[in-house]
Structure formats: structure tokens, C-alpha cells
Design a protein around this ligand. Sequence first.
Ligand code: 0X9
Ligand code: CA
Ligand code: CA
Ligand code: CA
Ligand code: ZN
Length: 418
Amino acid sequence: MRTLRRRTTVALSVTALLLSLPATQSAFARGSDHAGEDTTRAVYRVPNTDTASRTAVNRTGALVLSVTGKTAFVEATPAQAERLRARGLSPRRLPTTSDAPTRAEALPADFPPEDSDYHTYSETISEIEEAAAQHSEIVDSTSAGRSAQGRDIPVVKISDNAGTDENEPEVLFTCNQHAREHLTTEMCLHILRRYTDNHGSDPEITNAVDNREIWIIPMVNPDGATYDVSGDGYRGWRRNRESEPVDLNRNWGYKWGCCGGSSGDPSQPTYRGPAPFSAPETASIKDFVESRELGGQQRITAHIDFHSFSELVLWPYGYTTAETAPGMTREQYRRFAELGNAMAGSNGYTPMQSSDLYVTDGSVNDWMWAEHGILSFTFEMYPSSGGIDGFYPPDEVIQRETARNDEAVAMLLNEAGA
Ligand code: 0X9
Ligand code: CA
Ligand code: CA
Ligand code: CA
Ligand code: ZN
């Protein structure tokens, strides 16, 4: 890891270069593939689903966006919707919100004026630099590495004597693996502000900062996040920005591609990439996590990866619907379920094993737990249900929906010392 400030200048000039490139592969633009098939994706409401049928839905190349009760909202092409019908499901197409947006040009990356409280990549960097300047004793910022397009992936450390590696339990918060899940970046920035601004005045915060090393990665996927807001309106983008874009949350190295919980087809939203950690973004965070293994001991003991949406607290494993499996004893499962239930009790989310939502392989939680023994959760933030709009709640909800997780974050920090 090198210091962030030195690299920011380089990253910004890369950004300027990229802005002149034409945009490609909008998730919702109308189109057809080489076989002439209609590749237009729309959102369908699908009643009466369960774990197995949702996993099957994802296997067609469609993508489950959210689940409430047994009703799923699914992003699919007409052909994929047909395959769901062939399986006995009844997808009902929702009206599209905007008709075939034209997105020929890449505009400067920014949120629409009505959502200006959301942070772009460069605004995120500024927030970090500001926190580091205002609270230099307890904030240290570095880079985990570079994205595919050359942007730094900042890592912020919050602890007393931040410049010194002290022997304190470490906790990691990651946000924005998926490009369009912008509310999660706000979640990480909220944690950053809360644990810095209130240090020294709020006893619980002070205690956490003084007895933990808190690591925050607000933007795991800066290229995707930037791409999502550099068109005429949001693009609904999920993956990174390699030439064959990778779903970062299918690219982690534990049981990668094992179980039908990801796609080997580069045209699909859950494309797992050509190899585990093929994406520079996941590889960078892997290196960072491994750098926290000191004297044969992994110092990070707990982790939340924030996503949106559906209001869920999820724990491993994702690759199997079994509760116990190699590396997950009954007792360990109970610890996950207990803490997961307790955190969900504080924020009103629904707790479950991640594979109850649908099976995924190569997800971050399975790797963090299986390879490093890190108590690793996924939070799916607000709202509880919806179609594509669910990724773009108005900026007016940011404060409420990030503060909603204050207690859960505190519980995880506490548990990290157990
Ligand atoms: O599919 C994902 O990566 C996550 N959902 S999202 O809508 N944000 O893309 C969920 C990952 C949780 N793991 C499993 N469901 N196994
Ligand atoms: Ca607004
Ligand atoms: Ca410390
Ligand atoms: Ca330490
Ligand atoms: Zn996600």
C-alpha cells in the first residue's frame, strides 16, 4: 500500500482520458446480440419463488434484484422471461420507467442535481482527505491498489494512534462492490464521519476507536460507480469496467464458480471472470486483507459488505444451502445466526443465510470466512423491495438509512473483540 494523496493526481488524469471514450454496454439500452436476439432488459415481478427457483432464475442469465416474501423482482431479457415461464414461474413485466434512453456520450461523472448529496468518486476522495486533515491522530488513508481503469481504491483506517499498528481487533467495512448501489458508499462515508467527528465526545464511539482498528473501503468498484453516473441518467450498471465486465461479488477465490451461483458467460450480469481474483478490484482487497495477517494471525475479525437493496442481513455460506459445511460447524453457524439476528433486530432488516436469498459462488463473505475466519456479513440496504428504482433512492433518505445501521455497526465492532 502506498499513500493515497500521491496517487490521486495520476488517477484523476486517467479519469480525464476516460471521459473522452464512448460509452458502451448500457444495462438497459435497447439492443440485440449477434444472433439477433432481443437483449433489452426489463424488470419482471415474479410471485411464488423460493431459494431453488431464484437460483434457477439467476442461472438463466436473468438477475434477482430483490425479494419480499416469495415475490421476486427480476431483471431479464424477453427470452430469459420465457425460460422462467417454461419453468412454471409467472413473470409479469413492469412498465419501464424511461423509454429507451439514448446514452451515446459519456458526460462528466455526476449525480443528477436532485441527488447531489450522493458522492462521486472524486467527492469520496475529498471526504476522506477532509476527515484525515481534521482528525489526523485517528485517521490514516492509503490505497488498496488500482481499479481496472487505474483509479485508486482508498482504504481508511480509524483508530487511536492511527499511524501505529497496535494490537487491537480489526474490523472491515466495504461498500459499492456493485456499481449502482450508491447508497452503500454513503453508508461507508457515514461510518467514517460518525467515528471521527464523535471521537472524544461520545463515550461509545471513543471506546470503539481507541480499542479497535476500523478499516473502511467506501468504493470497491470506482470505475463502475463512475460509469453509472456518467451518462444521461443512471445506467443501472452492476459490474466493474473491464472489457469483459466482471461481477466482483462472484470473483472471490473460495469455491469460485463451483455451484451454479455465477455465470461463465461474459455477457451475463453475474459473470464470474476468467479466474478467481481476475479483477484488479477484488485482487487489491484480497492483498489488503492478507496484509493484515501478521505473525500467522489474521487481525481482521469481523466484516460487513454493504449492498442494496432488500433490507436483509445475510451470512455465509452462499455457495450451499446447507447450514454446516467444511469450515462451518454448527457452533460457528449459530454465532453467525445469533449476531445476524441481533443486528437485524436493531435495524429492522430480515436476517437469513445468504443462500436462502439465492445461491452465489465466489462471493466475498464465503472467502472472508473460509479463508480468514472473518465474521463476514452482507447487508442489503434500503429499500425493502422494488425494481431498478430500488438502486436509486432520493438523496433525502441517505441520512435516515445510513444512521439506521448505527447500532448494528456498533454491535459488530463490539463482537470483534469477543
Ligand atoms: O447477488 C449479490 O451479490 C448480492 N445481492 S445484490 O442484489 N446486491 O447483487 C447478494 C450476495 C449475498 N450472497 C448470496 N445471496 N449468496
Ligand atoms: Ca433530492
Ligand atoms: Ca489504535
Ligand atoms: Ca493492529
Ligand atoms: Zn450488490
